[in-house]
Design a protein around this ligand. Structure first.
Ligand SMILES: [Zn+2]
Length: 161
């Protein structure tokens, strides 16, 4: 049985807590932009229920063109207005550099990726940069943009001013 087989089997058990049909627009009008880190259970740590928020995740929770595409769709088509960023301590993106990562991929596959990995050293600075990008994107409708760092050692969320 592979991990994916186990997931498909787990769905059977989850049907017991399925909340039923819900509106497509998130009830709390919030979009969360977060790192893909496996230690961040976003719904639990932010007190969200199914149907409450959009969750947009990628490596680092960085604001890429595709993140902006998702936030724009979230806001213009589905009515969200607040954006909260969730980065975290001990991120995988702090363990390499853009150059080293591209070198690794090229060495392993023979192909150099056309995009930067968007590694960083200072997580607070990275959150501020992400907040600035969202605030300065002229086609968004955000009424509130806030950034946080989740401590994977304590479970505590720290807001970045
Ligand atoms: Zn991360």
């Amino acid at each position: 049985m592979t991990e994916i087989d186990r997931m498909l089997a787990a769905n059977e058990a989850w049907l017991g807590q399925f909340p039923g049909d819900l509106p497509v627009a998130p009830a709390r009008k919030v979009a969360v932009v977060a790192c893909m880190d496996s230690r961040m259970p976003l719904f639990g740590l932010l007190g969200l229920e199914v149907g409450d928020a959009h969750v947009i995740r990628n490596a680092g929770g960085v604001v890429t063109e595709d993140t902006l595409r998702s936030v724009a769709i979230s806001q213009h088509l589905l009515g969200t207005r607040a954006v909260v960023l969730v980065h975290h301590t001990d991120c995988g993106l702090q363990k390499s550099t853009d150059q080293d990562f591209a070198d690794l991929v090229e060495r392993t596959t023979g192909h150099r990726p056309p995009w930067p990995a968007r590694t960083f050293t200072d997580v607070d600075a990275d959150v501020r940069e992400s907040m600035r990008t969202i605030r300065e994107t002229p086609y968004l409708l955000s009424t509130e943009v806030r950034g946080t760092v989740y401590d994977v050692a304590s479970g505590r969320l720290r807001e970045i001013s």
